[in-house]
Design a protein around this ligand. Structure first.
Ligand code: NI
Ligand code: MN
Length: 226
């Protein structure tokens, strides 16, 4: 399994002969190395409806026909745009041919802002557990720290956890450091920072706060081979 990071919350997983893009916010993401016109994933996984997560989903999926797996109301909304979607909800898991997806809770909000500045509420925000090749990846989406991360950590042997550290909209570095203790992942990668002025952080500060676990600060385009 090859995992790569592409700025903000964008993670690409290549496994089982398929390419999976999580939260493909590329246009307007000054930190990404990906060109939305060149990405043709088989699957797009979405954690919630915010535009810095849905990102280029509609354009990419319209062009390449990717399956979009998303929290239910967001999946319904994207289905109305003519896209191929599969809706799920918190606590539910499903085995696909590319791996197993399970949605976890996240404490945040979830809405999509249209070009006409209408806010469409898109159900509950989520985190995603992804299982393939005997490995477990946790993408926390946007969330605050919450105590049930301990339960997620106890029930899953997490190989890589992608955790937001930007503060303001999500956990900041000290709360994310506490999340690492609860989740007990083999490796943690900080995400959702430095994309916009309110989420400026030095990821090394986060790394220094996490003494007990491995942290890998990834630049856009960096990869992990599992
Ligand atoms: Ni958000
Ligand atoms: Mn966000």
């Amino acid at each position: 399994m090859k995992i790569s990071y592409h700025g903000h919350s964008v993670v690409k997983i290549e496994t089982n002969g398929k390419t999976i893009l999580i939260d493909p916010f590329l246009t307007g993401n000054g930190l990404t190395d990906l060109d939305p016109e060149k990405e043709s994933p088989d699957v797009i996984l979405l954690t919630h409806g915010h535009n810095d997560h849905v990102g280029d989903t509609m354009e990419i999926a319209k062009r390449c026909g990717a399956l979009i797996v998303a929290p239910n109301e967001l999946a319904v909304y994207l289905g109305w745009q003519g896209l191929n979607t599969h809706g799920m909800n918190i606590g539910g898991a499903k085995e696909f041919d590319f791996g197993t997806v399970k949605f976890t809770k996240a404490f945040h909000s979830s809405s999509y802002t249209t070009e006409n500045n209408e806010i469409i509420y898109t159900g509950m925000p989520t985190g995603i557990l992804f299982y393939a090749e005997g490995k477990t990846i946790y993408h926390a989406g946007d969330t605050s720290l919450f105590g049930d991360m301990e339960l997620i950590g106890r029930m899953n042997d997490i190989d890589v956890a992608f955790l937001p550290i930007g503060d303001n909209f999500t956990m900041g570095p000290s709360d994310a450091a506490e999340a690492v203790k609860l989740l007990n992942p083999k490796l943690t990668v900080p995400i959702h920072f430095n994309t916009f002025p309110p989420i400026q952080q030095d990821p090394m500060d986060f790394r220094n706060l996490v003494e007990s676990h491995d942290v890998k600060v990834m630049e856009a385009g960096d990869t992990i081979q599992l």
